[in-house]
Design a protein around this ligand. Structure first.
Ligand SMILES: NC(=O)c1ccc[n+]([C@@H]2O[C@H](COP(=O)([O-])OP(=O)(O)OC[C@H]3O[C@@H](n4cnc5c(N)ncnc54)[C@H](O)[C@@H]3O)[C@@H](O)[C@H]2O)c1
Length: 394
């Protein structure tokens, strides 16, 4: 496969993990990309990323601080890897697609449903590939669970409990502010979980009923002493019921404002048994397969071509695999595993929590995806020039 000539847009934290993924592929003699440019509004970030790429690639990517300049001048760029903060997803993805570049974009697809739609529409107009960087589902453990469910190991899925409760009051940059991030952890990390619900169940979400809360209005430089505070506007608790096709119910709880005892529990129950994310598969009569055994059984049964698709050259780094999948889509015309529509549907689940909490009623995914209910998102859309003002629940 001829390497896809790639440019990074946004060269911060996760872009560094993408470079590690490229290096992991490189070390197994896989060359799906040649990185030809690195763009960040902070020049030093772009320079550092370019230098790290040059360490293994040899060729030094060109450095840009302005996307428009890069799209004008770096004609050889075929695809961009967008790793900017959420408010800069549509502002970078739409011009890149319009310039004829294929796009891999970090999650969530857009900061709001309107932003996501703009990106989807640009991909359709430009007839370029649009993939969302969804890495969680690609780990050997998640692949093994997906396989076990399809083997009938838990029977028909019934209820899915996904709980993470604890306290985290440290500052987290742009992630503490709705106009930059869209929401707090429920959208940021939560969109990975929404993707996992969809992936593991293999069906569509139908309805969401949720309550969200902000119990803690400040985040701190020094949490113990409560020093160096800034006021934040994102949620710190969300409790949701999500219905999926076939009568499946997901109960999703996240709280970052629960001091003292923490707990985390993730279990999918079916008619014949369950998958516990911590301890593995359990049958009705205490039959048990732990996670390592489950992965070994799954790997052992994989056909060679499927193994190569899921773990190219044996690479299990989930980000490396997501990058490889994107390159294969660009080169072969195959649909990437997580395309723009998958990304749109996953972000809709997360934003449905806020819309439900805002409206005080269950909301359907259809009304969220069609932009019929968007009061929670209204002030963000308005501030970013994405849509009309009007009622907002903030
Ligand atoms: N898949 C994962 O597991 C995972 C993990 C962390 C972050 N992310 C996602 O990655 C994205 C970035 O997060 P991060 O933690 O790397 O943030 P970050 O703040 O570390 O990096 C963002 C970078 O984008 C740059 N930037 C901002 N606007 C830009 C523009 N218009 N053009 C070019 N560069 C611009 C910033 O200067 C910064 O260097 C987010 O969408 C986040 O949700 C995904």
């Amino acid at each position: 496969m001829e390497p896809v000539r790639l440019a990074f847009v946004g060269c911060g934290g996760i872009a560094g993990a993408h470079v590690n993924g490229l290096r992991a592929l490189w070390e197994r003699e896989l060359r799906p990309f040649e990185v030809v440019a690195a763009c960040d509004v902070v020049e030093d970030q772009a320079r550092q990323l370019a230098a790290r790429v040059a360490e293994f690639q040899g060729r030094q990517p060109e450095v840009y601080t302005d996307l428009a300049a890069m799209l004008d001048h770096a004609a050889e760029v075929e695809a961009v890897d967008i790793c900017t903060l959420h408010s800069e997803h549509h502002t970078t993805a739409v011009p890149s697609l319009e310039a004829g570049k294929h796009v891999l974009i970090e999650k969530p697809l857009g900061i709001t449903m309107r932003a996501g739609r703009l990106i989807l529409a640009a991909a359709v107009r430009s007839r370029r590939h649009l993939a969302v960087a969804e890495n969680y589902r690609r780990s050997p453990q998640e692949r093994a669970r997906h396989w076990a469910i399809r083997q009938g190991r838990i029977g028909s899925p019934r209820t899915f409990y996904w709980h993470d409760v604890g306290e985290g009051l440290g500052k987290w940059g742009w992630r503490n502010f709705r106009l930059d991030a869209g929401a707090g952890w429920v959208l940021d990390g939560g969109v990975h979980f929404a993707d996992l619900f969809r992936y593991q169940l293999g069906t569509q979400a139908q309805q969401v009923y949720a309550l969200t809360r902000q119990y803690e209005p400040y985040r701190y430089d020094q949490v113990r002493e409560r020093r160096g505070a800034w006021r934040v506007d994102v949620e710190d608790a969300a409790l949701a019921l999500i219905t999926f096709d076939n009568d499946v119910v997901v109960q999703w709880t996240w709280q970052g404002s629960a001091p003292g005892a923490r707990f985390s529990r993730r279990v999918l129950y079916g008619s014949e048994g369950c998958l516990d994310w911590e301890t593995g598969w359990w049958g009705r009569h205490e039959e048990h397969t732990d996670n390592d055994q489950l992965v070994a059984e799954f790997m052992g049964g994989l056909a060679a071509d499927e193994k190569e698709r899921l773990f190219p050259a044996g690479v299990t780094d989930a980000i490396a695999v997501e990058l490889h999948d994107f390159a294969a889509a660009v080169r072969t015309g195959a649909v990437p595993e997580v395309d723009g529509l998958d990304g749109y549907r996953a972000q809709a689940i997360c934003l449905a929590l806020f819309e439900s909490a805002c409206a005080g009623r269950p909301v359907s995914l259809a009304e969220i995806e069609r932009l019929e209910t968007e009061a929670y998102q209204q002030d963000i859309n308005q501030a970013l020039g994405l849509g009309p003002g009007g009622h907002s629940c903030q």
